[in-house]
Design a protein around this ligand. Structure first.
Ligand code: 3PG
Length: 209
């Protein structure tokens, strides 16, 4: 059974993964992306002081703020204390699931193969992140997975941009996760957050065309 965070993500079909160097940049970039209409945001634990970014973003109404790249109990706990409403890993991590069970945050585990996805579905989890989606075969891979596991709610992530996001949705993805294509290095270096807002708009437009 899905909770409201994932229901909402299923409606908007997009999650932005804000993998930047530091918390201040993460907050500015996330708000710029939200300004462009993408309101589900993941802050990876690789961001310096990622929990500080989550705390600040959680204070903004209307955003679903999650933590990503979680492999440990300690990072997952920090994320929950900071107010994350969902916890994401690229694989299934028992410790992260345990933290989610003791909190209001929902767990979004990741998988790559049909076997991994099946096991996670059997555990009652939905949706499931599929990573790294482009490397695994892109929209065709998602379509093949859904042919054998039609009830899977898949969120392909990795290598997705406004050039291919629509193909993933057409292939049956529940939503897509998008990181680097929303956050080009040059724009971050120039601190051109307006341009990042435009990229977010463009991505949204690309899937609703
Ligand atoms: C990440 O690892 O940051 C996410 O999976 C997003 O990947 P992307 O930068 O290739 O979109």
């Amino acid at each position: 059974m899905m909770n409201n965070v994932f229901d909402e993500i299923g409606r908007t079909k997009l999650i932005a993964v804000v993998r930047v160097d530091d918390a201040d940049t993460a907050v500015e970039a996330a708000l710029a992306i939200a300004e462009g209409g993408i309101t589900a945001i993941e802050i990876p634990a690789t961001v310096d002081q990622f929990d500080r970014a989550i705390r600040r973003l959680s204070l903004h109404g209307g955003l679903a703020v999650g933590a990503a790249t979680l492999f440990s109990e300690s990072d997952a706990s920090k994320a929950v204390e900071a107010g994350a409403s969902f916890l994401v890993s690229p694989i299934f991590v028992d410790e992260v699931w345990d933290v989610s069970l003791d909190s209001d945050a929902q767990y979004l585990p990741g998988a790559a193969t049909p076997g991994e996805i099946y096991s996670i579905m059997e555990g009652g989890f939905e949706p499931i992140k599929v990573f790294p989606a482009e490397c695994l075969g892109g929209p065709k891979y998602i379509k093949s997975l859904l042919a054998i596991l039609p009830d899977a709610k898949l969120i392909p992530t990795g290598g997705i941009s406004s050039a291919n996001a629509r193909e993933y949705i057409d292939a049956g993805a529940f939503a897509v996760g998008v990181g680097g294509s929303l956050l080009p290095k040059g724009l971050l270096e120039a601190r051109d957050f307006k341009a990042i807002t435009h990229l977010a708009f463009g991505l949204r437009a690309s899937i609703s065309e």
